[in-house]
Design a protein around this ligand. Structure first.
Ligand code: ATP
Ligand code: MG
Length: 386
């Protein structure tokens, strides 16, 4: 049998809520990994233990666990009795397959009533390994191989590789939000960051098909597929926006068009959020990045929205956003060309310091409630990505 021990850091700090966070993490791990390989998943003393069957494809499990928020790190382990002899013997078998000059033992106990302290395990197992292999030495600072020994629930779990996890909080522990997802670089990153804080993210994309081609929809579906790997189940709402855009084009001062496109998007996103029992709206806005994202314009756009608007990237530099987009693997799709529905019918000089009074006065020219109602009626059943 194979074992994986998952560690979590931040959720261990959550006091009375701890078991809620742990249950959610177990649930999310179950949903993320191929159940064919899994015999059991359970919580054991501040860790999560996954028992895998012999046919397991470890790389597949590794890829899945690397995408579960809440895991700080994880180790593929073998299990043995917690005696110095057993640990030394099993570790020797593992190390015989490896090439190394330096090593260290890093033992940890979850219970204090075991026969040996962590330090005794480090020293005595270390001495046995040192005596068994030729030409090796201990290096505590920067060893070729770090041998992890964890004594948990009466057993020893041994591994020579600790794999970094995503950290953060398990998705779903923070409730639901909707993400305004464009085909660009920023909004997928914003969604990823919202998930990292335990938020379950429902995706909403506004498109102008059939006035423009379908490529923004295809892009957004691809991006949604990638984002869906970081949370158990992902819904994508596609909202037809061409009619609204036309109404704005016909009635609104050209300088304020983008502001109005955005205001309508927010209002519709808010209605979808209410329907989904989501409590906030996430966007990829970043101060000063484009003309519509001055503080004045952000203010004019959000005016009238009653729920919290979460802007994870608000003070991020574009280079950092791009790096993050590369890490989560949305970048290559985001940079493909698409028809951005907001760059249609743009005046040469859009307003960059919109005043709320002007915007509200201008808005009287539109029947906003009807526009929202019609748009909501046109939305089809959301796509589901599992
Ligand atoms: P992105 O790279 O996310 O497209 P951007 O730098 O292009 O962002 P804007 O086009 O000003 O910035 O959009 C700001 C935010 O408004 C986006 O991050 C996104 O949250 C939202 N948004 C823009 N266009 C759409 C759309 N068609 N559908 C849904 N949300 C959108
Ligand atoms: Mg954009």
């Amino acid at each position: 049998m194979n074992f994986v021990i998952c560690h979590y850091s931040e959720i261990a700090l959550k006091g009375g809520n701890r078991s809620f966070f742990e249950r959610k993490l177990v649930e999310n791990i179950k949903k993320s990994i191929n159940s064919e390989f899994v015999l059991d998943i359970k919580k054991i003393s501040g860790r999560i233990l996954i028992v895998l069957n012999d046919g397991v494809i470890k790389s597949e499990i590794e890829e899945s666990l690397k995408r579960v928020f809440g895991i700080s790190n994880f180790l593929f382990c073998i299990k043995t009795k917690p005696t110095i002899e057993d640990i030394s013997r099993e570790l020797t078998l593992i190390l015989e397959k490896e090439k190394f000059k330096t090593f260290r033992i890093t033992a940890k106990r979850s219970e204090k009533n075991t026969p040996n302290t962590s330090q005794q395990i480090n020293e005595q197992v270390g001495a046995n390994i040192f005596n068994h292999f030729k030409d090796i030495s201990v290096n505590l600072e920067n060893p070729d191989i770090n041998c992890f020994v964890e004594i948990v629930s009466g057993s020893a779990y041994i591994s020579i590789k600790k794999i970094q996890g995503l950290n953060g909080l398990p998705v779903g522990t923070g409730g639901k939000v909707v993400l305004m997802l464009s085909g660009g670089i920023d909004s997928p990153v914003a969604g990823f960051m919202a998930m990292s804080r335990g938020l379950n993210v429902i995706l909403v994309h506004f498109h102008t098909y059939p006035e423009t081609s379908q490529n923004s929809i295809e892009k957004v579906k691809e991006i949604s597929k990638i984002l869906s790997k970081y949370q158990p189940r992902t819904k994508l709402y596609l909202v037809p926006f061409a009619k609204i855009q036309k109404q704005i084009f016909l009635s609104i001062n050209p300088k304020l068009r983008v502001i109005f496109y955005r205001r309508l998007m927010f209002k519709i996103a808010q209605e979808i959020a209410k329907k989904e029992k989501a409590l906030g709206i996430v966007t990829g806005e970043s101060i000063g990045q484009v003309a519509s994202q001055t503080l004045e314009n952000i203010n004019a756009i959000q005016n009238g929205i009653a729920m919290p608007i979460i802007r994870p990237l608000i003070c991020y530099h574009k280079d950092d956003i791009i790096e993050k987009a590369r890490q989560i693997k949305t970048f290559d799709i985001s940079i493909l060309p698409h028809d951005d529905c907001c760059s249609r019918f743009l005046p040469k000089h859009p307003e960059i310091r919109a005043k709320i009074e002007d915007v509200l006065a201008e808005e009287k020219k539109l029947n906003i409630d009807l526009m929202i109602k019609e748009a909501l009626n046109e939305i089809e059943k959301p796509f589901s990505f599992i």
